[in-house]
Design a protein around this ligand. Structure first.
Ligand code: FPP
Length: 240
């Protein structure tokens, strides 16, 4: 699907991706699972590229969940090193393209110091960029985010009757992040898997059988086209 076929006046402002299927894609070709993650880097940067061209303002990707620690030790170590390496290797290119890098997730003892340092460097380097906010969810879980928000609200001493949906939204990891308009999950799984639980209340959900390493710019535009075919009602009746 070429970019020209999209309605440029109705591009989703925020797209979130569950980059699923790297392991299965690799195993299907008798490669180690880690080769799937490596191929997934290419897809990710194609999607960043497509978002920049289409005028998407926010892109959020699920890089490592709070549940991913349960994977075999070697794969966990690979994913951590891989994330760290990508941040180092790609940050200048993202910076030059006007991308602002942000992170959501728990900065707990399980996340190695040097990865936290890379995250802080990438965020600081790109913090004035305005073309696209690219948020990486690392050691992220939607329920953990809500627990953390509730803890911080309780610690603030606010009266229970004063707590509204806005209060909760203000205490999420990134209070500036708009709710996603479109959530894409690749590789034929029809689950949300603890991603952006609070934020996706009204998001359009799009599931595709394509594994993440085979996803790219064209598939992103196809997903946007399918989003544009849908009518969003937000609980009302008239599409507003
Ligand atoms: C899911 O595939 C994918 C992941 C757990 C991680 C994907 C990470 C990247 C592509 C790198 C991202 C890096 C940055 C810096 C954003 P899976 O292993 O669950 O696949 P499977 O379901 O086939 O096993």
């Amino acid at each position: 699907m070429p970019l020209d076929d999209l309605d440029l006046s109705r591009i989703p402002r925020h797209i979130a991706c569950v980059m699923d299927g790297n392991g299965r894609w690799a195993q299907a070709q008798n490669l180690p699972r880690t080769e799937g993650h490596k191929a997934g880097e290419h897809s990710l940067f194609e999607v960043v590229d497509g978002c920049l061209d289409a005028g998407v303002e926010w892109l959020t990707v699920y890089a490592f969940s709070t549940e991913n620690w349960r994977r075999p030790k070697d794969e966990v170590r690979f994913l951590i090193n891989f994330n760290e390496e990508i941040l180092f290797r790609r940050r200048d290119e993202l910076h030059e393209r006007g991308v602002q890098i942000r992170f959501i997730g728990r900065r707990d003892w399980r996340v190695p110091k040097r990865l936290l340092t890379r995250m802080d460097e990438a965020r600081a380097l790109t913090r004035r960029n305005r073309k696209l906010v690219f948020t990486i969810a690392f050691n992220y879980g939607g329920r953990a985010e809500i627990v953390d928000a509730v803890r911080s609200i309780a610690a603030s001493g606010v009266a229970p009757t004063k707590i509204t949906e806005k209060t909760i939204a203000r205490h999420l990891y990134d209070p500036q992040m708009p709710d996603p308009d479109l959530v894409i999950r690749t590789s034929g799984e029809y689950r949300v898997s603890n991603f952006l639980l609070w934020q996706l209340a009204y998001s359009e959900l799009l599931f595709t059988d394509t594994p993440w390493p085979a996803f790219g710019r064209e598939e992103l535009f196809e997903a946007i086209a399918r989003y544009q075919e849908r009518e969003r009602r937000f609980g009302g009746v008239d599409g507003r």
